[in-house]
Design a protein around this ligand. Structure first.
Ligand SMILES: O=C(O)CCC(=O)C(=O)O
Ligand SMILES: [Fe+2]
Length: 307
């Protein structure tokens, strides 16, 4: 059988972190755009996040989650902010068996960053700053791939205060279940995932779950737009006998942004919009409300489809 795991394209982003080399940039933009249109996912190398920092952050994550609950709960969310920023364990009834630590931009006061283990906080802050830059670079590549005017997405999505990062610890599978995160589409603009060597992340493509095989120093990137690019369903399964750790960065929209199909894809080309406009904060609130309350249904962009 064909090894579908090898089909998700890997894009070397190094060319975007230096000036010149326009031909190579053009080719990489085309490959990245095509990967997003076909799979909604790609793998990124030379993405601007130093590999020693990623490895150090991953080791510190493992140490952090190994601490006593009492210590971890010192960084429980204090409230405020666009997402609960701090340490949380999924409730017993959740099918998702993980615990996680969420943070907003380092300068945002709603954060409750851990003092232990030493160096963890600094590594998280550093990695966040790199991820923001990688998000901007990726957004600008997508901008050009979609044929939008230069810097159009950058000017539209010009406020980074709702970006957030989530460090996760997935518990080992039991004899009867192995859900890490149930099948979902992300609700932000571009997601970057740094996973450890354990594996378990899978993406749905042509009706089949394709594993995203871990590769050291490689980021998994997942985009979300309306139909021009694909927002792919994905999930995490847990192996038996060992924990899995990952760090996800959610490049996002600020809550007061009006999200609606851009005129470049509607009025300017004489096509009707396929979605109604909505405020990003209303969408996020609706997603969270429906995820944590019965019937535990995921609200996606389809909710705003014009039928
Ligand atoms: O842990 C992972 O590999 C992916 C996590 C994920 O899909 C998410 O947090 O939305
Ligand atoms: Fe996700």
């Amino acid at each position: 059988m064909e090894n579908l795991a090898n089909n998700i394209p890997t894009i070397d982003l190094s060319v975007f972190f230096r000036d010149g080399d326009e031909e190579a940039k053009k080719a990489a933009k085309e490959s990245l755009g095509r990967a997003c249109a076909e799979y909604g996912f790609f793998l990124a190398t030379n993405h601007g996040i130093p590999s020693d920092l990623m490895s150090r952050a991953m080791e510190l994550c493992q140490t952090f989650f190994g601490l006593a609950d009492e210590e971890k709960l010192k960084s429980r969310p204090r409230g405020g902010g666009s997402v609960p920023a701090g340490y949380t364990k999924q409730p017993e009834q959740s099918p998702d068996k993980n615990e996680y630590f969420a943070m907003l931009q380092p300068q945002i006061s709603f954060n409750n960053l851990p003092e232990n283990p030493p160096g963890f906080r600094a590594a998280l802050e550093e990695i966040f700053t790199h991820f923001s830059k990688t998000g901007e670079v990726t957004e600008s590549i997508i901008n050009d791939y979609l044929g939008l005017p230069p810097n159009f997405l950058k000017e539209y999505n010009n406020d980074r205060s709702w970006d957030w990062m989530n460090v996760k610890h997935y518990f080992p599978a039991t004899e009867t279940e192995n859900v890490g995160i149930s099948s979902h589409k992300d609700g932000n603009a571009i997601t970057f995932v740094f996973q450890d060597e354990v594996g378990g992340l899978e993406v749905l493509w042509n009706g089949q779950w394709i594993p995203i095989v871990p590769s050291k120093g490689t980021l998994v990137v997942n985009v979300l737009t309306n139909e021009k690019l694909k927002s792919a369903l994905h999930r995490v399964t847990r192996p038996k006998g060992r924990s899995r750790y990952s760090i996800s960065f959610f490049y996002n929209l600020q809550g007061d942004k009006l999200v609606e199909p851009f005129p470049h894809f509607t009025t300017q080309i004489g096509e009707p919009p396929k979605y109604k406009g909505f405020l990003y904060k209303d969408y996020q609130a609706l997603r969270i409300k429906n995820k944590i309350n019965p019937p535990y249904k995921e609200i996606g962009i389809d909710h705003f489809a014009i039928i």
